[in-house]
Write a new protein. Structure first.
Length: 378
């Protein structure tokens, strides 16, 4: 089975790119960018994952999971998806494949879940068999639930390849809860892919703390990716009005929300709990946007197809309708280029495909899966 899966994956990586018509060419510092629509007709798509055979899995926020073929054909909804709470910012959110997906077919889904006492983010594992999810198992449930409001669910899923799964959680607009260790709101959590809690999590020996917590003081993390060299978890999160941040989510780290922030309330008034932009024991962001671009989706470019992008970090933006290309020097952002502004599309997810192209999901009722390439220079 593993040998066959390896052949399929190798064929996909080395094989020809499907001949899809280019939508447009856009300018950039590294050369013209060719944008191609791979698939359309996706209703508020949220996340895309690449299967070894060249097909892609795309979540739609209303609660549907689709399979997209390399030629752009979109399947009927995959059966067996857990019931989701599709209200406000809630719904079916992220998808991540188990590192051994080629052998076991296991994937992970995050979604907003509604129970009698309120709503919160949940994560389940499942096995994809044909067009159906089987062996669906709840791995994690955000506690406590929040009875009012349908915002700030997070949520990104990042398997680390060592048996752990990182889950990012919004504070559900309960600002003070982001600083409390006895609840999951405003946290990055780390569990085993079985749902169990690792003994080396930072707060397993802290009285009254939720043992799943990895880092805290977050507002609403909607971008997360492992650094291709260090293996550390980089995240970005929405500020309020201003103050979007990029951070490295390290064990036990406190990232300040709402005690320190570079943003203000949407009303223009200060955040009531805020004490300024710095405080001892609270981490400063690696990079910050003010005004807010409303970031969503994030990927490191670590492929040889486009050497000019090697080592760059790509971040999608909802409010500013762009993709930010960030050049890095270690843990410093040394240059930012804003690309694809003239598309005027809310970008929900950003991924680097196994073929080395950049893939984007647009956040709209007729959402699109886009492929981005640097055109060869004349």
């Amino acid at each position: 089975m593993r040998f066959i899966a390896s052949i399929i994956a190798a064929t996909f990586l080395a094989g020809p790119v499907p001949a899809l018509a280019a939508d447009a060419v856009h300018s950039s510092e590294k050369g013209p960018l060719r944008v191609t629509t791979v698939a359309s007709g996706l209703q508020f798509p949220w996340s895309v994952a690449f299967m070894p055979d060249g097909r892609m899995l795309v979540t739609e926020r209303p609660g549907r999971l689709r399979i997209v073929s390399p030629d752009g054909t979109v399947s009927d909804p995959v059966k067996g998806v857990p019931e989701v709470h599709y209200q406000g910012q809630g719904g079916l959110l992220d998808i991540a494949l188990d590192p051994r997906f080629a052998d076991n077919g296991v994937l992970y889904l995050s979604y907003a879940e509604k129970l009698r006492n309120g709503a919160g983010t949940a994560v389940s594992s499942a096995r994809l068999e044909g067009d159906e999810l089987k062996d669906v198992e709840l791995l994690f449930r955000q506690e406590p639930k929040v009875a009012q409001g349908d915002v700030h669910f997070g949520s990104r899923l990042v398997p680390d390849g060592r048996g752990h799964l990182f889950i990012t959680l919004g504070e559900r607009n309960q600002r003070a809860d982001a600083q409390r260790l006895d609840r999951h709101q405003g946290k990055v959590v780390r569990i085993f892919t079985s749902g169990l809690v690792p003994d080396d999590n930072p707060f397993t020996q802290t009285r009254d703390a939720m043992p799943e917590i990895w880092s805290y003081g977050h507002r609403n993390v909607q971008g997360a990716a492992l650094h291709p060299v260090t293996g550390e978890l980089w995240t970005h999160e929405h500020g309020p009005r201003g103050g979007d941040e990029i951070n490295i989510a390290r064990a036990g780290g406190n990232y300040g929300w709402p005690v320190i922030t570079y943003g203000i309330n949407y009303s223009g008034q200060p955040i009531p709990e805020a004490e300024g932009t710095e405080r001892e024991g609270m981490e400063q962001p690696l990079h910050m946007w003010k005004p807010s671009i409303a970031p969503s989706g994030m990927a490191f470019y670590d492929h040889d197809r486009f050497p000019d992008w090697k080592g760059n970090l790509f971040v999608g933006a909802l409010a500013f309708q762009l993709v930010a290309r960030l050049e890095l020097d270690g843990e410093r952002v040394v240059h930012e280029e804003r690309i694809l502004l003239d598309m005027k599309k809310r970008i929900r997810d950003v991924r680097v495909g196994p073929d080395g192209f950049l893939y984007l999901l647009t956040d709209e009722a007729d959402g699109k899966l886009l492929r981005v390439a640097i055109e060869p220079r004349a």
